[in-house]
Each structure stands twice: as structure tokens, then as C-alpha cells.
Design a protein around this ligand. Structure first.
Ligand code: AMP
Ligand code: GLY
Length: 455
């Protein structure tokens, strides 16, 4: 490589260590900009795509030092914790652009109360709520709701574990007591009926570009039974998230939220993850359940392959988020059309039987999301035996001591993903690939995307 070529090779640091970050690396590696990739700290699966950097995702000073010393040109932040710790702000002080919001905007995820206040300011539809700092306030708010189910949310970053949907008043009161004991305020809100949908929007402070809608499966057991997890599988696109619904999210949520955040003096850059409760084919009934400020896991593992299948340069997309207004240059027709979803290259309004789709199934350690053991052997199928379009993204994996084998190192271990010309094919391929993984101490749900295959 000549000096000139070397000087224009982007040096990208991805922060995080899950299957989401493995999928991000995979998408970035397909960029026509041919980036040099680093990941801190990464996992055993990332080694073929990037240099692993042994720095924790929450060690902000060490990450900034690494980026400065290595001449990193762009940082892609996966998880929420470094965003809440101000990684993007600290990088900006050193002149290094990043994909992700400022610390101020990351509060949309770390505080349910702050998110509710911003939604109220923006006029975004969401459940009615009460913010309670004492047990007495909490009990009064629950009694005002008057009938189950009761929704009690701790007001802090809880990795999905701080929300209780209680079917009795007693259970709801216990959740309030539990939070108050930890000196944690709670948001109590009315229960929303409907189906959940995840819509990710890449934001540049002015515009919010919606990515293919996805659904994740949060409960550990088939047919949505058992405990809540970080996510046991996902598929995209979603049969009922048609152009009318995505347009309604744009008009009712994305445009007003970006305007509000800019007016507050904290324009939103990065990814706004809109967790929605909707009624299929009734765009007027949508409500926001929550905001997150980063890519969702496992939805990313299905959303990104759909973008790269359309030859989208994911690196250029993420880079554009860091510069105010830059998304308009990437998608001029979409802006000119007044944000019509069908003007985006990945938007396709056909049935699940007739459009490119992706499915991911999570292989987890037995016992997850409660206690589980690690260090158990996994044997993956040879890469060249996998069907085209199958990707095995690693989450909790590590190399064995001799470097020859693969061991489990977490609760969610692998995210087995397949891309195909329609949803039933993608589902079949993902489950066939799961069969080819030898992980005797693992388990997976067997019904990911099953119902959606009927539509
Ligand atoms: P959150 O962390 O706010 O997304 O809440 C976690 C999960 O709890 C959501 O994905 C929903 O399944 C459920 N949930 C949260 N708030 C509500 C609500 N107001 N009504 C119904 N379900 C809810
Ligand atoms: N898929 C849920 C999350 O990433 O929070």
C-alpha cells in the first residue's frame, strides 16, 4: 500500500464486546472505504475482522488515550454505559468524531423520568406517568391507576432489569419498596396494550433516518414465557410496520424529538432506538414505551445485514451521524420527498414471503438469565459448510487456554443469523445453522419469527 493510500485508510475503533459489536464490525468491514478496524475489548469471534484491544468498554480515559495514540479517525460506540459516562464528549475534546450521543442526550436512556420530560416537551405519545421519590408517593400513584397490570420502572440504567409489570397491587408495591430501599426513584405508568416494535433511527442533530423495523423476543421461553432477558432473538423487517406506520413514527416521534433536543441545546447525534407499542395497521395508535440511545441487541444482528445487502456503506452512514445535517447528503431524495420511507434503499413494502429478511436466534448458557456456568466448550461448524447468508455472531465467547478451542464466557453466547430472500427461508437457515453448532450446555428459543412467517 502506498503512503497516499495509507493516509486515507479510516482507522475505526468499535467499543463493546457483544454480538451487536461483532455484527457492527462485520458491516463496517464491508465498507468500500476499507477501514482498519479495532475493537475494545471485543470477543473471540471478532479476531478475524479487527485487532482486539484489551481495554474495558467503560474505561473512558484509556479508550480516549488509545484513540489519540493510534490516530483513530472515528469511534463507534456499541453499549449504553460508555455513552452515559461521556465517552463521546471526551473524544470530541480531542477532536475525534464518534457514533453515539453526548452524555446529556444519553440521559434519554439512563433516566426514564428525563425521557418522559423530553417526550412531554416534544408532544410525543407515551403512557401517562407519575414520578415518585418516596414509598408514599409510589403507593398513591399505584392506587390512582387502580387496576392491573401496574408498570413500575426504576429511574436508572438497569440493562432492562429495572422494569416490573405487576399483575397485583401487592407485587407493584413490592417493586416500589425495593426501589426506594436502594434510594432509586420510580416512574409509575399506565399499561399500554398492543405489540412491540423496535425502530432505530440514525440521527445527525437535524435528520433521523429510520432503519428497517425489527422485533425482538425478550422472554427466555417459547411463546413469551419465563423471565425477561437481554433478548433471545429477532427478525426484520416486520410485517405490520408498513410505510404508514414508519411515516407516523417519523412525524410523531422522530421529528419532534430531534427538534426538542436541539432546542434544549443538546442536539441528538447517533442512534435513537424507539421502543414502540403499536396496533398493526393503526398508525394513529402508536406510543413510545422507551428510548435507548444505541443499537439494540439482538436487533442489530438482523438490521445491519439488511443494509449491507442493499450495498449501504454502514461506515458512511454512522460517520454522517456525527456531522450536523450530513444525512441529507447521503439521502437527498428522502429529504426532498419530506422523509418518505420508500425513498430509503432498504425500505420494501411487500409481505414477509416476498422480501429480503433476516432472523437471528440467540444461543444462551443453560440457566440464563439467572445463574449459569462459563468455560463450557463450543464447536462451531466450519465456515465453508454454512449456507450463504448465515453469520454466527459471537457474544460471550473466549478462546481456550491453548488457543485452539472456543469456550462460553457469558449468558448470551452466540447470535446465529441468517439473511435470505424471504422470512421463512431466513428462519429455516438460522435454525439449520443452530443445529450445526455443538454447544451441549446451551439452549435457544425455538419460536423466533415463527408467527411472522404466516404474513
Ligand atoms: P423498558 O425498559 O421501558 O423498555 O421496559 C421493558 C419492557 O417492559 C418493555 O419492552 C415492555 O415489554 C414492557 N413495558 C414497559 N413499559 C410498558 C407499558 N407502559 N405498558 C406495557 N408494557 C410496558
Ligand atoms: N433489544 C433490547 C435492547 O437492546 O435493549
Amino acid at each position: 500500500m502506498s503512503n497516499a493510500e495509507q493516509s486515507i485508510t479510516p482507522k475505526i475503533l468499535v467499543v463493546g464486546q457483544g454480538a451487536r459489536e461483532h455484527a457492527l464490525l462485520h458491516a463496517l468491514s464491508q465498507s468500500p472505504q476499507h477501514p482498519q478496524l479495532f475493537i475494545a475489548p471485543g470477543n473471540a469471534g471478532c479476531e478475524t475482522l479487527a485487532t482486539l484491544v484489551p481495554i474495558s468498554a467503560t474505561d473512558v480515559p484509556a479508550l480516549v488515550d488509545f484513540a489519540v495514540s493510534q490516530g483513530v479517525t472515528f469511534v463507534v460506540v456499541g453499549p449504553e454505559a460508555p455513552l452515559s459516562l461521556g465517552l463521546v464528549d471526551a473524544l470530541a475534546e480531542k477532536g475525534i468524531p464518534a457514533f453515539g450521543p453526548s452524555q446529556a442526550c444519553a440521559t434519554l436512556e439512563s433516566s426514564k423520568f428525563f425521557a418522559k420530560q423530553c417526550m412531554a416537551q416534544a408532544g410525543v405519545p407515551t403512557a401517562h406517568y407519575a414520578y415518585c421519590q418516596t414509598q408514599a408517593e409510589g403507593f398513591t400513584a399505584l392506587e390512582a391507576i387502580g387496576k392491573p397490570p401496574y408498570v413500575v420502572k426504576e429511574d436508572g440504567l438497569a440493562a432492562g432489569k429495572g422494569v416490573t409489570i405487576a399483575s397485583t397491587l401487592d407485587e407493584a408495591k413490592k417493586a416500589v419498596e425495593h426501589a426506594v430501599e436502594k434510594a432509586m426513584p420510580v416512574v409509575i405508568e399506565s399499561f399500554l396494550e398492543g405489540v412491540e416494535l423496535s425502530l432505530f433511527a440514525i440521527c445527525d442533530g437535524l435528520h433521523a433516518v429510520p432503519l428497517p423495523p425489527a422485533q425482538d423476543f425478550k422472554r427466555v421461553g417459547d411463546e413469551d414465557t419465563g423471565l425477561n432477558t437481554g433478548g433471545m432473538g429477532a427478525y426484520s423487517p416486520v410485517y405490520f410496520a408498513d410505510e404508514a406506520l414508519v411515516s407516523a413514527v417519523q412525524t410523531k416521534v422522530l421529528v419532534p424529538m430531534l427538534k426538542t433536543m436541539a432546542e434544549r441545546g443538546t442536539p441528538f447525534h447517533g442512534l435513537l432506538y424507539v421502543g414502540l407499542m403499536v396496533h398493526p395497521h393503526k398508525p394513529e395508535s402508536l406510543n413510545v414505551v422507551e428510548f435507548n440511545v444505541r443499537f439494540g441487541d439482538p436487533e442489530t444482528q438482523v438490521v445491519l445485514p439488511l443494509l449491507t445487502a442493499e450495498n449501504v456503506d454502514v461506515l458512511a452512514l454512522l460517520q454522517a451521524s456525527a456531522t450536523t445535517g450530513a444525512l441529507a447528503t447521503l439521502f437527498p431524495q428522502w429529504v426532498a420527498s419530506g422523509y418518505t420511507p420508500s425513498q430509503l434503499p432498504w425500505f420494501c413494502e411487500r409481505s414477509n414471503q416476498a422480501r429480503p429478511s433476516a432472523v437471528t436466534v440467540v444461543l444462551a448458557s443453560q440457566g440464563y438469565p439467572e445463574a449459569y456456568s462459563t468455560g463450557n466448550p463450543i464447536v462451531l461448524p466450519q465456515f465453508d459448510t454454512l449456507e450463504q447468508g448465515v453469520m454466527i455472531y459471537h457474544a460471550g465467547t473466549q478462546k481456550s487456554a491453548d488457543g485452539a478451542g472456543l469456550l462460553s464466557a457469558g449468558g448470551r453466547v452466540l447470535s446465529v443469523t441468517a439473511l435470505a430472500e424471504n422470512l421463512p427461508q431466513a428462519r429455516r437457515k438460522a435454525y439449520q445453522a443452530i443445529e450445526a453448532v455443538d454447544f451441549p450446555t446451551g439452549f435457544n428459543r425455538s419460536d423466533i419469527a415463527l408467527k411472522a412467517c404466516q404474513f
